[in-house]
Design a protein around this ligand. Structure first.
Ligand code: UDP
Length: 358
């Protein structure tokens, strides 16, 4: 079967790293990179570090508003699909690249397979929520990370076939985390002691685009009781510079600001951190898998299972909630969530069945 896979941003490189290698064992894959993330530190480094096949098509369509970006991608992807005529289009997660890939395929009457289907934050102010819901309703094959996601799709009466395969990010994390646990170079580089520092990432529009929320974010990060390393996303750097807040971070003696890190260095820091502060979806899952407490800088999450097990606390941008959460001991139990690390193989098996059923 010929499959076009559409990727475009950092977490999608991680997801493709899990699936592409399996997919290419039996099928023809054409990897299309929309260019949604184009900086080397959010894009190229992942292709090199995670052995992702070099994308055959690079559209270079980063930047612009959500609407401008999605519509530019939609037109360009329709042309790619018209030319290559795949038998299925594979999309991941909840970005503009996901929605544009799904819609371009559906408009060309091609089956869409959506990996990470059925996730919901029920927060309609998040661009990701729109992308998820719309892509699910366009898809022929909805591949879920959890039973709960599949139940959600049942309630929404989606048109396509729903299957729980586990989470493909888990496959990558379970392979890389044992190696990361044995590494320490990146800790030495930033003079951090294992288990005595906090790792932070933040880039959701809801936290960084509104100046008031951004100032609250800076307050939370600078009031943490341990040394804190912030991997600074370019979007967040831009907003902090515009508001004159970057200096407040660097001047706080407890905060070290770094550019976005490669996956191996980031995973090493994650595995050695006392806790992680993040508004990222992927990092919430990865912290759970690593047995590291997660303090989520949002008031809700689509990864609800990590909260229900007590490993993830929704502190939003509340300093007191941060301190309270850090005081509490980590839970004793950490049941497996989101599969056993074989999700990529199950995605390919589901695509095989889609091919047979055609
Ligand atoms: N990540 C990374 N380096 C960093 C920060 C994050 O490699 O400096 C990885 C992280 O391990 C996870 C992914 O990037 O696999 C998450 O990406 P992001 O937060 O951009 O996306 P989200 O998960 O929120 O969609």
């Amino acid at each position: 079967m010929r499959v076009v896979t559409v990727i475009g941003n950092r977490p999608q490189f991680v997801k493709a790293a899990a699936v592409s290698v399996h997919l290419r064992e039996e099928h023809d894959e054409l990897l299309v990179h929309t260019g949604q993330h184009y900086d080397d530190e959010l894009s190229g480094i992942f292709v090199r570090e995670l052995d992702i096949p070099r994308p055959e098509v690079e559209l270079g369509l980063g930047g612009g508003s959500n609407a401008a970006q999605t519509s530019a991608m939609l037109g360009a992807l329709a042309t790619v699909l018209e030319y290559h005529r795949p038998e299925a289009v594979l999309v991941y997660g909840d970005t503009n690249s996901t929605l544009a890939g799904g819609l371009a395929a559906a408009q060309s009457a091609l089956p869409v397979a959506h990996v990470e289907a059925g996730m919901r934050s029920f927060d309609w102010s998040m661009p990701e929520e729109l992308n998820r819901v719309l892509t699910d309703h366009l898809s022929s094959l909805l591949l879920c990370s959890s039973e709960r996601a599949a139940e959600q799709l049942g309630q929404e009466a989606v048109r396509g076939h729903v299957e729980v395969v586990g989470d493909v990010m888990v496959d990558v994390a379970l392979t890389v985390q044992p190696r990361a646990r044995r590494r320490t170079e990146v800790l030495d580089r930033y003079q951090l002691a294992s288990d005595r520092f906090l790792l932070a990432t933040a880039h959701r529009p809801g936290n960084v685009d509104d100046p008031e929320r951004l100032a609250m974010l800076v307050d939370v990060l600078t009031s943490a009781p341990d040394p804190l390393l912030l991997s600074l996303h370019p979007r967040t750097r831009d907003r902090l510079e515009r508001q004159g807040l970057l200096a407040r971070l660097s001047e706080a003696g407890s905060v070290t600001v770094t550019p976005p890190l490669g996956y191996l260095d980031f995973t090493t820091l994650l595995c050695h951190a006392r806790a992680v502060l993040t508004d990222s979806g992927g990092v919430q899952k990865e912290a759970y898998l690593a047995g590291v407490r997660c303090l989520t800088l949002r008031d809700r999450t689509e990864w609800v299972e990590t909260v229900a097990t007590g490993w993830n606390t929704l502190i939003d941008l509340d300093r007191d909630a941060l301190l309270d959460a850090l005081e509490r001991p980590a839970p004793a139990e950490r049941p497996p969530l989101y599969g056993a690390g074989d999700a990529a193989a199950r995605v390919v098996a589901a695509l095989d069945r889609l091919a047979v059923g055609r």
